[in-house]
Design a binder for this molecule. Sequence first.
Ligand SMILES: C[S@@+](CC[C@H](N)C(=O)[O-])C[C@H]1O[C@@H](n2cnc3c(N)ncnc32)[C@H](O)[C@@H]1O
Length: 289
Amino acid sequence: MDRRHVLAAAAACTSVSAIPMVAQAAIPASKLADTFPPIDSSRAYVDWMIQQRAESADPLAERYRRFQALVNNKDLWEARNMRAFLMTPREEFVLPRNLPRAYEHAFLDIGYGVTISGPHLVGRMTSIIDVKMGEKVLEVGTGSGYQSAYLANLTDKVWTVEIIKPLAQRTRSIYDKLIARGYGEYQAIQSKNADGYYGWAEAGPFDKIIVTCGIDHIPPPLLQQLKVGGTMVIPVGPPGAQRVLRVTKEQSASGAVTVSRSDIYGGRVVPFVPFTKLDGDTIKGTHNR
Ligand SMILES: C[S@@+](CC[C@H](N)C(=O)[O-])C[C@H]1O[C@@H](n2cnc3c(N)ncnc32)[C@H](O)[C@@H]1O
């Protein structure tokens, strides 16, 4: 998408000129929800974000630079997803030692042997499922918490499951601290420590499901918890060689349910951390067949 299209898409979301410039930090998310940050220059974006959210200039400038790369690479193509990227402080979800690298293309270590996915992958996987406000979304693999924070800018109903208990606890406390600082949109996120292979049955069915760990098949419980008409995005394949699939569930007039798949990277291999398995309280092996 070229610059003119980006600006048009942003304008379709909300008129940039209609954004009230409030001279106080961290205004409630409810008031920010319908606004789109100015994107005609890095300076305009950074200044606006500092005014609205009291975030720091350096990571904001990096976020803007990465935003432009995502748009150019066609990982973001629609205004609401662009806004979600621009409003999510990725720097809050990386380890302190990785702060200067928060907006790099690559995935980063977040401890416990797992990673935060790179921004291009998050952008494309989230754009593909096209989340609308009010839709119920399940994420399997909370990790750093960045993906669900991003989703909370698209809908007010997000559930996320993480198998590593101390990581699930750490991420929950990041959300709670951010909520206390004025990021009210993260109140949309329900999180728990569990084996996400089994989804979150009590909260389902879901309009959209996003899986951020790799497995060699689509978990039947997740397919079951996906609504008819719903979409899932999931890395499927042998260890370290997954392909990211968009999976849709449809029902024909005769009542037959069909599932179709397409590769969101045209066949390119994208390695993910493994979809591990809980045996009692212990993580043991994977769910691969
Ligand atoms: C690529 S990482 C995290 C990406 C994450 N969405 C983010 O924004 O940081 C994948 C995560 O899936 C988790 N995971 C692996 N198997 C799981 C399972 N069976 N249930 C839930 N989470 C799982 C890992 O512990 C890891 O935190």
